[in-house]
Ligand binder design. Structure first.
Ligand SMILES: Cc1cc2nc3c(=O)[nH]c(=O)nc-3n(C[C@H](O)[C@H](O)[C@H](O)COP(=O)(O)OP(=O)(O)OC[C@H]3O[C@@H](n4cnc5c(N)ncnc54)[C@H](O)[C@@H]3O)c2cc1C
Length: 451
């Protein structure tokens, strides 16, 4: 059965009522997971022998996946993975934790679990990237020379760019922030739930920078609206979403759909506003607008900070030197194969890549096999034609029990994985099942190089 047939089979079973909803959850999740586990670009059947030294900076979603793909395809390579963080965070689950749907431990595991055999994990942070000298230097001063470098450091959440913000206060006094960490996502749930009990003014926003999973600010606005309705406090509440530019999402058709849904649900939108500062004691958020600063008094706020490259990348030779991604430090790589424009033995995968789309875990699944294919081809003295087309996916929760499975590419084409079965712009229960049940097993398989 191909992936579409499998999903149709699952849906048919539901339609003919052979399964109750609970039964379908099991079948649906298993099928969807299996479907999403389809292989990426073709991989070498035989291992390539080499003594190349490959350093991977960052052992999150992209770094671990890259290590696994390389370990499967190479024999004899010295692969070194460098990351100080011992815990692994399943970040797509943060929204679920902050919505009271999953416990905090749903998103936390150990990095060591996913490090493939033969790959050395150095528990340190890279302090300096030296692409001219073909080496990285860690915080303890150890130098790691390489033949190939894969940068997978993810991005930095720049809370310090918001005067008045204090990360230690997340969960208190109506302050939420779903991006910060598993503990903050859980604390945000407590704050949002207390807000939903009483009602009031809920303020939501997104930063003006590039960001990971640009659907998450929208999802959390929808979920909060739903909780207020369920608890009977929506009538005495106001929900205000503050967009950084003239749209709600980078893909115009999705932006329009969200605008219509927000309108239906009475969610007010302010366009072209970014959070400038916050007074946590007085619960006042000040936004930068074309007409000068504008204050919003809130009872609950979800703060999503500006995002940029980590300092070690930002201060290196690796970022774009000009253009829209230079100031935030995103790496200057080709959007088709993730190879650095000036240092051909360097690749960037995951959030750190300076490409027009793709800051999601779903994108990592398609980026990593492409970058690895090019790297392995170099070692073998061959050419690779593997291409990353910008695939990005965002299961956009629109209320508890429903989501839109939005998938798109660099050209803003919608690229549904299940055409004719799961409509991308419809609020569907099956898309909710995907987000809440099928994506985590798929993600874990990706870390192990099997998705
Ligand atoms: C709230 C939220 C919701 C999301 N929802 C979704 C979703 O629904 N679907 C989806 O596909 N994606 C979603 N994402 C995005 C997804 O989690 C990221 O795009 C993905 O994790 C990117 O992988 P990465 O490896 O680039 O970065 P990360 O997974 O963040 O890993 C980066 C790693 O690099 C390490 N590092 C940093 N600096 C250094 C250094 N100097 N030296 C060494 N190591 C370093 C860090 O410690 C970390 O372990 C969401 C993210 C958030 C926060």
């Amino acid at each position: 059965m191909n992936r579409e047939q499998e999903l149709r089979h699952a849906l048919k079973a539901l339609e003919t009522a052979k399964l109750d909803r609970r039964g379908f959850l099991t079948l649906g999740a298993a099928s969807a997971g299996a479907l999403l586990l389809q292989p990426g670009p073709a991989r070498a059947a035989e291992k390539t022998k080499t003594s190349a030294r490959i350093v991977i900076a960052g052992a999150g979603a992209a770094g671990l996946a890259a290590a696994s793909y390389l370990a499967r395809q190479l024999e004899g390579a010295r692969i070194t993975l460098i990351d100080a963080r011992k815990e692994h965070f399943y970040q797509p689950g943060f929204t679920l934790v902050a919505s009271g749907i999953k416990p905090q431990n749903y998103v936390v595991s150990s990095t060591a679990e996913y490090v493939p055999q033969g790959v050395e994990l150095i528990p340190e942070r890279v302090e300096e990237f030296d692409p001219e000298g073909n080496k990285v230097v860690t915080e303890s001063g150890k130098s790691f020379p390489y033949d190939y470098l894969i940068v997978a450091t993810g991005l930095k959440l720049d809370y310090t760019a918001i005067p008045g913000m204090d990360e230690a206060q997340i969960g208190k006094n109506g302050l939420g922030s779903i991006y910060h960490s598993p503990a903050a996502a859980s604390a945000t749930w407590q704050a949002m739930s207390a807000f939903a009990d009483k009602g009031g003014v809920g303020v939501f926003q997104r930063p003006g920078t590039e960001m990971k999973c640009a659907g998450a600010p929208l999802k959390y606005t929808f979920v909060t609206d739903d909780y207020l309705r369920r608890r009977g406090t929506r009538d005495k509440s106001e929900i205000i979403y503050n967009a950084n530019n003239k749209g709600l999402f980078s893909v115009p058709i999705v932006s329009e759909k969200v605008r219509m849904l927000f309108k239906d649900r009475g969610i007010k939108v302010n366009y072209e506003r970014t959070l400038q500062s916050i007074d946590l004691g007085k619960r006042i958020a000040t936004f930068k607008t074309a007409d000068g600063p504008a204050d919003l008094q809130y009872d609950f706020i979800n703060v999503i900070p500006p995002m940029r490259a980590p300092d070690s990348v930002l201060n290196s030779l690796l970022p774009w030197k000009s253009g829209p991604w230079a100031a935030e430090g995103w790496m200057e790589v080709s959007k088709g194969n993730l190879r650095h424009a000036r240092f051909p033995n360097v690749f960037a995968v995951g959030d750190i890549a300076g490409v027009p789309k793709g800051k999601t875990a779903a994108s990592v699944k398609w980026q990593v096999p492409v970058a690895v294919d090019h790297l392995v081809a170099d070692i073998a003295g061959k050419q690779s034609d593997a291409l990353y087309t910008g695939y990005t996916s965002c299961p956009l929760i629109t209320r508890l029990g429903q989501a839109m499975l939005v998938e798109f590419d660099y050209e803003n084409n919608l690229t549904p994985s299940f055409p004719g079965v799961i409509a991308p712009l419809e609020e569907l229960w099956i898309s909710w099942v995907m987000k809440t049940m099928a994506l985590k097993p798929t993600y874990i398989s990706m870390l192990r190089g099997r998705a």
